[in-house]
Design a protein around this ligand. Structure first.
Ligand SMILES: Cc1cc2nc3c(=O)[nH]c(=O)nc-3n(C[C@H](O)[C@H](O)[C@H](O)COP(=O)(O)O)c2cc1C
Length: 202
């Protein structure tokens, strides 16, 4: 039985394009894996706190676990991620990067001794998650010089925890006034459908 962990980061709800792409993905995933389990983590509804001095002391082994809300939360977020065979991240671009809620989440799950370790040969990821799917929405268009620092950062973070099989669909130009958003959205939804057509053939 497969488990998917779906993480949403848009502060918007019904108007959010990244959530809309995520809903399409989740519907297809559930019909491909009817016995599967979907865990959801909505970072807008339940934003993780920023790291504190006390939390970092516990992360590096200088404090005791229990009592520090951040460290307890980190362990429960990591437990949730360990259950996932696949991770779906649905996220907007805010100010060229990931939303601060998603960055705070990353700071809680990328943790030495839990999701990565290190020896003389370098870092080694510790997650068994097989694949990650990134569905991102951005108001601007890359070809007009609006950069996306989120996807490379998330890719590096996932690889660091040993999630190597990463797929990304970006819906660009959600506020770009060229009248072609409908086509771009249809293209992104069709891209998701192609992932599932490939999964069914595999
Ligand atoms: C605070 C904020 C910052 C944003 N910064 C960017 C940006 O740097 N680049 C960009 O292309 N769009 C930017 N946008 C536009 C959003 O990426 C766009 O509206 C996207 O569709 C939001 O995702 P959502 O539809 O899932 O909510 C920003 C929007 C907000 C609210």
């Amino acid at each position: 039985m497969k488990t998917l962990l779906r993480i949403d980061a848009s502060a918007r709800r019904s108007e959010s394009y990244s959530r809309r792409l995520g809903d399409h993905f989740e519907t297809s995933w559930r019909s491909t894996y009817p016995e599967g389990v979907v865990l959801t983590r909505d970072l807008a509804l339940d934003p993780p706190p920023h790291l504190t001095d006390e939390t970092i002391r516990i992360f590096v082994g200088e404090g005791s676990v229990g009592g520090a809300a951040g460290a307890d939360l980190s362990e429960s977020l990591i437990d949730e991620m360990r259950k996932a065979d696949e991770v779906l991240i649905c996220s907007p671009i805010y100010n060229f990067g990931m939303p601060s809620t998603l960055k705070a989440y990353v700071d809680h799950v990328v943790r030495y001794g839990y999701t990565f370790t290190q020896d003389e040969k370098g870092f080694h990821g510790m997650l068994n998650t097989k694949a990650a799917w990134l569905l991102t929405a951005q108001g601007g268009m890359a070809r007009f010089g609006v950069p996306d620092f989120q996807a490379p950062a998330l890719g590096a973070v996932l690889k660091h925890m040993s999630v190597a099989n990463i797929h990304h669909i970006a819906l660009e130009g959600t506020v770009y006034p060229d009248g072609a958003l409908g086509e771009r959205l249809a293209g992104a939804l069709a891209g998701i459908d192609r992932w599932f057509n490939l999964a069914e053939k595999a």
